[in-house]
Design a protein around this ligand. Sequence first.
Ligand SMILES: [Zn+2]
Length: 118
Amino acid sequence: MTYSEQINLVENYLKNELNFKVEFFANDLPEDISGRTIYNEELIKINEPTAEEALFTLLHEAGHAYSYRKYFTKLGLSQPDDVSKRETYAYLYGYGIAKMLKLNITKEMWINSEKQYD
Ligand SMILES: [Zn+2]
């Protein structure tokens, strides 16, 4: 599977299961931010130069959308104020989504992919 094909799978999952849209090449993000989940607009913005980077960033943001939709909202909880906790959920669920969709992403690739996210 190419990176683009894998991106399509994640995008479809977001659309169909989590009701989040994705905007690629979102050049209104701050320069040092490659992805962001905007919960009240049900929108994920990605700004990455390559499909490979876009895939990893999209999965991270999908982890945020998943924890928001399937966990906090469903249980009637608000998201933790602690950013590092929210990032931990995104890290874990992002990888879980990659596994669930059977993407070509190994644990090593996932561990090495962590960078500047929001
Ligand atoms: Zn994040």
